[in-house]
Design a protein around this ligand. Structure first.
Ligand code: GLA
Length: 366
């Protein structure tokens, strides 16, 4: 009797060991795929709070399609809806790349944020020149109107919100507007109001945003706030503020972000975090590394966690959070004009696997 029991116990023990072993092996050899069903979906986790978007481009809509379809319910074209892409020569519009992004959104029932109608950058030189000289205010206003109308009307059924004007406010303490912008120099500061009026006329249903970086830095925030307040008082159809969110592991402070959300929302505007990515380097670290250190990634995890906890707290004011890219193998920060180095700022790694930060964001939703 005793011998049989002992044999049985040995048998159970062995089976258990084999089971544990094969499970462990299985975990090691078959990581959960980022697009797979076992992984929670980012946008589903946040469905009660706000939409979760990503900036995509003509190549990532193919190379990162599984991730995009599973985790995001809003798309922004990283470059394909900018002036230089849509109208490289006067009257010559090229929509095919933007159309592909819109098609992907349509097929997956995603929203599209239009980005961007009027900006000093990525706008072709011809826009500001007429017969070899600087264009007049009238000519530039006419070109602006033609561009906005053509683009906004074309995407009326698909684009629910537009960044109408991008980065019009100066970082310089002595200036309000970015005075080196040719839009400002040629038209004057009312180019902003004009752009919003034209966009509203082209699509009265579209949500119209002013979008900027450093928009939570107190001094610049006050300038943006005053500009928006003035526009609203003049009856200009502005509906939202886009806080870009190209941040890092140490700045800006959560308090600054919180105060900015409250201040902009006090104008009755909806607030979106339109271009979120969190560098693993603090702002004053200029090193280039082959890999991020464990400590950097840990800080990035905590930072994403703190931010999404904050965003969730402001779910009544925030209507969207958009990551500026999909995975760390393809982000603008790697080609940044100053730093130009690997930066690992997103929620999925270079192999498209979820990072620690992804899990923190998922947990913050619970
Ligand atoms: C700004 C623009 C974006 C993009 C980023 C950098 O934030 O709004 O369109 O160009 O810079 O990639």
């Amino acid at each position: 009797m005793i011998t049989i029991n002992f044999k049985k116990r040995k048998f159970y023990l062995l089976t258990l060991l084999v089971l544990v072993f094969s499970l462990a092996l299985n975990i090691n050899t078959a990581p959960v795929q980022a697009g797979s069903d076992e992984l929670p979906s980012l946008h589903e986790a946040y469905s009660e709070y706000f939409s979760i978007g990503a900036a995509v481009n003509s190549s990532t809509i193919n190379t990162h399609r599984n991730l995009i379809e599973k985790h995001f319910n809003s798309l922004t074209a990283e470059n394909e809806m900018k002036f230089d892409h849509l109208q490289p020569r006067e009257g010559f519009f090229t929509f095919s790349r933007a159309d592909e992004i819109v098609k992907l959104a349509r097929e997956n029932n995603m929203k599209v944020r239009g980005h961007v109608l009027v900006w000093h950058s990525q706008t072709p030189d011809w826009v500001f020149v007429d017969k070899g000289k600087t264009a007049s205010r009238e000519v530039l206003l006419e070109r602006m109107e033609n561009h906005i109308k053509t683009v906004v009307e074309r995407y009326k059924d698909d684009v629910y919100a537009w960044d109408v004007v991008n980065e019009a406010i100066s970082d310089d303490g002595y200036q309000t507007h970015r005075e080196d912008s040719p839009w400002y120099q040629i038209i004057g500061e009312d180019y902003i109001a004009e752009a919003f009026r034209i966009a509203h006329e082209a699509d009265p249903e579209a949500r119209l945003f002013y979008n900027d970086y450093n928009a939570v830095q107190p001094q610049k925030m006050n300038k943006i706030y005053n500009m928006l307040k003035g526009l609203l008082e003049d009856g200009v159809p502005v509906h939202g503020i886009g806080i870009q969110g190209h941040w890092d592991i140490s700045s800006p402070s959560v308090i600054d972000i919180m105060q900015a959300i409250e201040k902009y929302a006090s104008l009755g505007l909806e607030v979106q975090i339109t271009e979120l990515d969190i560098s693993v380097f603090p702002w004053n670290d200029r090193r280039k590394l082959a890999e991020p250190t464990a400590e950097m990634l840990e800080k990035q995890n905590k930072r994403y966690q703190a931010l999404f906890n904050l965003f969730k707290r402001y779910q009544d004011e925030l209507t969207g959070v958009i990551l500026w890219g999909v995975a760390d193998d393809s982000t603008w920060k790697d080609n940044h004009p100053v730093q130009g180095r690997k930066d690992w700022p997103l929620l999925f790694d270079e192999d498209h696997q979820p990072k620690g930060a992804f899990w923190e964001v998922i947990q913050a939703a619970e």
